[in-house]
Design a protein around this ligand. Structure first.
Ligand SMILES: [Zn+2]
Ligand SMILES: [Zn+2]
Length: 399
């Protein structure tokens, strides 16, 4: 087999990895670069232009740095995605009126399938995206594990996954959290975050706002639990509402959870609100309730209007996203706006990516001969595994 890290080596995001056997060529993830404001399609012959020369593209999860270029590949190349992952990709992009994949092939947890002569087994893993996967690739007895993005601090237990994973020849592994400023940090778990949130709100009976990604389902659960424990209604707008309703089950959604209420930020989405006659909430009821409201930095005007109906003085804003976004102009402006209204910003976040102890456990379990770090700015960190060859200075590796 040949591994070609087309993009995503010694950088975070924009992952495109090619794996080929004698007769089969597949791509693992097809991400946009994180800093690209719009879709920029790289010049890759047989994938985006010319005659199709790939047999399939596997998508580990719906974050744009893994799926962002999927709508631009040649139409003859099949795309494979987890079922729920695809549904979230579809409804979130449809809502935002962005491009999305039309008819991918969906795979199921741990159900093996073939693309050409390469056998693939998808393993469900924990990440800040719901329904995220690692892929085990098997060809003539050689095994490659690609981790995609993963962590162990969510609500899915890491140990059962470790037990299932076999010994492999090559590990292609993410290392997002190995950037120099994060070395040595162990992630808080979502449960610890929940406890921290409840403690912060002790003695506070004012409304709470939360800035977060609407597709971070684990975090929605954590915040819902905090809202419940502190006797607040949990308010989500129609965007988050359609996402959690799509997942259903025990994920807080406005269809089956009586203390989850859905509000309208944008009149164009009124048709969506009409689907939730029991659980919709209007501005008057909001002004007279104690609540935790999930918001985005694009909601400034909506919040400006609400602040005329009730005072934001003494309210808390949980900042529940990557700290780096605070440097972006619109985020800076938004946080200043909330501060001027008398809202106190408090960070309440934990990483969606593995920490050092997670790497350690995984590598000790699967004993790879070769480690290929991707999605990281510190590939050298993996050199501590002396029994493994760590490759990050060339992108084509034959095994
Ligand atoms: Zn990623
Ligand atoms: Zn991700």
């Amino acid at each position: 087999m040949e591994i070609n890290i087309i993009r995503g080596q010694n950088q975070i995001g924009g992952s495109i990895i090619e794996i080929s056997s004698e007769s089969t060529k597949i791509i693992l993830d097809i991400g946009s670069n994180l800093e690209d404001k719009e879709i920029v399609v790289p010049e890759i012959d047989g994938l985006f232009k010319g005659e199709a020369k790939y047999d399939g593209v596997l998508i580990s999860h719906y974050h744009s740095d893994h799926v962002g270029l999927a709508t631009r590949i040649l139409p003859d190349i099949p795309i494979y995605m987890g079922e729920k992952s695809y549904e979230i990709h579809k409804v979130s992009n449809e809502y935002m009126e962005r491009e999305y994949l039309k008819e991918p092939k969906v795979f199921k947890v741990e159900e093996e399938f073939l693309i050409g002569d390469i056998k693939i087994t998808p393993y469900l893993c924990d990440h800040s995206a719901f329904d995220a996967y690692m892929f085990l690739l098997d060809y003539e007895g050689k095994k490659i594990l690609y981790t995609g993005d993963f962590r162990s601090n969510g609500r899915k237990s890491f140990e059962p996954l470790l037990r299932k994973l076999p010994k492999v020849d090559v590990l292609i592994i993410e290392g997002t959290n190995l950037s120099n400023n994060k070395i040595g940090k162990i992630n808080l778990t979502e449960r610890e975050l929940e406890k921290k949130g409840i403690e912060i709100l002790e003695g506070n009976d004012r409304p709470v706002f939360v800035l977060m990604a609407g597709t971070n389902i684990d975090r929605i659960v954590t915040l819902y639990k905090i809202a419940n424990a502190t006797k607040r209604l949990f308010l989500i707008d129609t965007y988050v509402g359609v996402i959690t309703d799509t997942i259903g089950g025990n994920i807080p959604n406005p269809r089956t959870f009586s203390n989850v209420r859905i509000f309208l930020m944008n009149q164009d989405k009124y048709e969506i609100l009409k689907n939730y006659p029991q659980n919709k909430i209007g501005k008057n009821e909001i002004a007279n309730s104690n609540f935790m409201m999930c918001i985005r930095s694009s909601m400034k005007q909506y919040l400006e209007n609400r602040s005329k109906e009730f005072s934001f003085e003494g309210c808390v804003l949980f900042y529940s996203m990557w700290e780096g976004y605070k440097k972006q102009e619109n985020m800076k402006e938004f946080l200043e706006f909330m501060e001027e209204k008398g809202v106190k910003t408090i960070s309440l976040h934990t990483s969606g990516h593995a920490d050092e102890k997670d790497f350690d456990k995984l590598i000790k379990k699967i004993e790879p001969e070769i480690i290929i770090p991707v999605h990281t700015e510190n590939s050298e960190w993996f050199k501590r595994y002396e029994n493994c060859e760590v490759i990050y200075d060339k992108n084509i590796i034959k095994i």
